[in-house]
Design a protein around this ligand. Structure first.
Ligand code: ZN
Length: 263
């Protein structure tokens, strides 16, 4: 299963699953976007990608660390991106946290790099959806994924019209996360009649396990009458998420090859 969002620390848990078996890192099935939060974990994300052929590193500055970002850090990020071919992230806006101006500055720099170097960017957004959409429209990154998506259908429609993909995590299981659940149901194509293209959802493990995400998503699909049983739903939506991830990678200029993702 392609994991659209995790951090270097999340890998050790996955490794333990394989610890007792003769474990081949080339074929372990560990695939996805390994995101960094600050300059401190860029190397860890790159290291993960060097050990597992299915992992794509993403280097960036999370909005929570925007205060650490300056011209020097931007130059170092640019240099690393050129050197490694990494994607960008995790970047974005979180208006529940301080330093809005610094957050916008750091986000703008990373959007400019995404556009200039033609790299996909992995986004984090909390209570800043209008501003996020505005900035994406100004700077036009080639493609982007909003991780742990939880905004209105209107915002989803707006972001999908400018090339956005949407990733969902284990939080889908929580009934209070109504927007996230409604957004996933919409993308699955059965809950509303809004005009949003098919094929835009991915799954992630951040905050739990990817199997928990898939199970929660399957339960939503079954409760909406899309499938009769949980097993069938898990199988079908896993295949859909895989196909969506492949489509995103193709858009980003990467093609799945022999079961592994190669640049
Ligand atoms: Zn994250």
């Amino acid at each position: 299963m392609f994991d659209a969002h995790f951090h270097p620390g999340g890998i050790s848990a996955a490794e333990k699953i394989f610890a007792d078996k003769s474990f081949n890192k080339e074929h372990c099935g560990l695939r996805g976007f390994c995101c960094s939060s600050s300059e401190n974990d860029w190397e860890a994300a790159l290291q993960a990608a060097s050990e597992y052929c299915g992992i794509i590193p993403c280097l960036g500055i999370h909005p929570w660390h925007a205060a650490d970002f300056n011209r020097d850090a931007e130059a170092r990020l640019r240099h690393k991106l050129i050197l490694t071919g990494a994607f960008i992230g995790e970047a974005g806006l979180d208006f529940l946290k301080p330093h809005r101006e610094l957050q916008e500055k750091a986000f703008e720099s990373q959007l400019r790099l995404a556009a200039e170097l033609k790299r996909p960017i992995m986004l984090h957004c909390v209570k800043a959806w209008g501003r996020l959409a505005e900035m994406l429209k100004i700077f036009h990154p080639p493609c982007f994924i909003v991780h742990s998506f939880g905004a209105s259908l209107q915002i989803m429609k707006e972001l999908s019209s400018i090339g956005g993909y949407f990733s969902f995590g284990p939080g889908l299981a929580e009934p209070r996360r109504k927007k996230s659940r409604a957004a996933f149901a919409q993308l699955l194509g059965n809950a509303y009649k809004e005009s949003i293209p098919n094929g835009l959802f991915l799954f992630e493990s951040e905050g739990g396990k990817i199997s928990e995400t898939v199970k929660a998503a399957a339960e939503i699909a079954v409760s909406n009458g899309k499938y009769c049983g949980l097993e069938e739903a898990v199988r079908e939506i896993s295949a859909m998420a895989e196909a969506n991830a492949s489509a995103f990678l193709a858009k980003a200029g990467l093609m799945p090859e022999g079961g592994a993702l190669r640049k």
